[in-house]
Design a binder for this molecule. Structure first.
Ligand SMILES: C[S@@+](CC[C@H](N)C(=O)[O-])C[C@H]1O[C@@H](n2cnc3c(N)ncnc32)[C@H](O)[C@@H]1O
Length: 399
């Protein structure tokens, strides 16, 4: 079976037609002709893998990762870095137009560290095999070095034998200093060789099923000279360099006399950056550990014009009695709830800074917001290099 690839979908797969049915082909580029094997078929579409390249695109790049063909951890390492950025920009243009009718200039912020940029990874251990899931399946690809993650995390991945786990999920995080914190979920009672591990890495803590069995349940991250306590299960942006670019964008678009509301503030990174530039900041976050970290972070950085609140930011957005000049929205992938959107609009802020890792829900929310707000600036940040994921910042001003 052969297919001619016509374009790419939003997940970086090639799109062709086989027997008249739309067919999504992993690892195939526009203009390539490929022999395929179908891995899934429904009434509407087929999903396929390349068996053989009949013709290759002149833009195809050989991946530096030996696991790339199999591993589902990233999606675009068969493209040059600049082509991945073009793909992301085009994807965003299409999504903004389709879901919100928006056409806007997009400023691209590149990732300085294209490899070894992630400070967090989740790996699976099944039948004693450890790694990431294979593309489109739950089969493990055994991996001991991932080009996307920081080397401190790779050191942990190369030391998994000392954990003596056969069935588990593990989240590994690393900070600016290469210190690591490891969160394990398993039904086993592993005899972890902690002393051996301590000799191999800067091990800050191991958390087993929610219990800290070694060291601490948090570490300190440093960004732009500010200190951030980060508990193992608090959210933190995965790319340190791009996170700092995000801070720069924020500072550029905040007014000094502003009162700011940071919805979904996590451990308070954006709130504290905003507080260092503005009159007053309120942050709301639903995860208790994260809001505790945020309060400590304000104290550690000697910032006293910020208040943090635990709760549902979408329900509680209206609880601040002061006039809010700027609302920062940095929600999970699901975007704003209908109630959240209504509450943000009822605050009637002069500006909204909407940060999003999901362009579809961002577009859905922007479609409503642009009835009262105009887009001043739109940024695309390459937070998740060589994957199809995007991070966007949209600056909106009241009309
Ligand atoms: C994309 S993260 C952003 C965190 C923070 N702004 C940062 O840059 O690190 C989204 C955050 O929203 C929180 N969250 C999710 N739903 C929420 C809700 N309904 N109310 C408040 N916070 C929520 C998550 O716990 C997470 O910390």
């Amino acid at each position: 079976m052969t297919v001619k690839i016509e374009k790419m979908d939003h997940r970086g797969r090639g799109i062709g037609y086989h027997d008249g049915k739309i067919t999504f082909v992993e690892n195939a580029l526009p203009d390539e002709e490929v022999e395929i094997s179908v891995v899934k078929e429904t009434a509407k579409y087929k999903e396929a893998a390349v068996v053989n390249f009949i013709s290759k695109s002149s833009t195809r790049t050989k991946s530096k990762c030996p696991y790339y063909e199999e591993c589902g951890g990233c999606h675009l390492r068969h493209m040059s870095y600049d082509d991945t950025l073009k793909f992301k920009k085009n994807k965003l243009i299409e999504i903004l137009s389709k879901y919100a009718g928006i056409e806007t200039e997009i400023e691209m912020i590149k990732n300085k560290n294209r490899d070894f940029y992630r400070n967090k990874v989740e790996i699976h251990i099944e039948n004693g095999k450890a790694g990431f899931y294979k593309k489109g399946s739950h089969e493990i690809v055994e991996t001991d070095r991932c080009l996307n993650v920081e080397e401190a995390i790779n050191t942990v991945m190369r030391s998994l034998d000392f954990f003596h786990l056969t069935e588990a999920n593990m989240t590994i995080k690393a900070n600016y200093n290469g210190e690591v914190i490891i969160d394990i979920k398993t039904e086993e009672t592993p005899e972890i060789e902690i002393e051996v591990l301590r000799n191999k890495m800067k091990l800050v803590g191991i958390i087993l099923n929610g219990q800290t069995i070694f060291g601490a349940d948090h570490y300190i991250e440093v960004l732009e000279g500010m200190l951030f306590k980060e508990t193992y299960n608090s959210f933190f942006q995965v790319n340190r360099y791009i996170n700092e670019q995000l801070f720069e964008i924020l500072k550029k678009h905040l007014r000094e006399d502003a009162t700011v509301l940071d919805l979904c503030c996590g451990v308070g990174t954006l709130s504290l950056i905003a507080a260092s530039k503005t009159k007053k900041v309120y942050g709301i976050e639903i995860v208790e550990n994260a809001i505790r970290d945020a309060i400590v972070n304000a104290r550690m950085n000697k910032i006293d014009n910020v208040e943090f609140m635990l709760g549902d930011a979408f329900k509680n957005a209206k609880m601040i009695s002061e006039d809010i000049d700027t609302v920062i929205i940095d929600p999970p992938r699901s975007g704003l709830s209908p109630e959240g959107l209504e509450n943000v609009l009822s605050l009637n802020p002069n500006s909204i800074i909407y940060i999003s890792c999901d362009p579809v829900t961002l577009s859905r929310d922007l479609k409503e917001l642009i009835k009262n707000y105009s887009i001043q600036k739109f940024y695309l940040l390459d937070m998740f290099s060589y994957t199809y994921h995007t991070e966007c910042v949209c600056i909106l001003n009241r009309r």
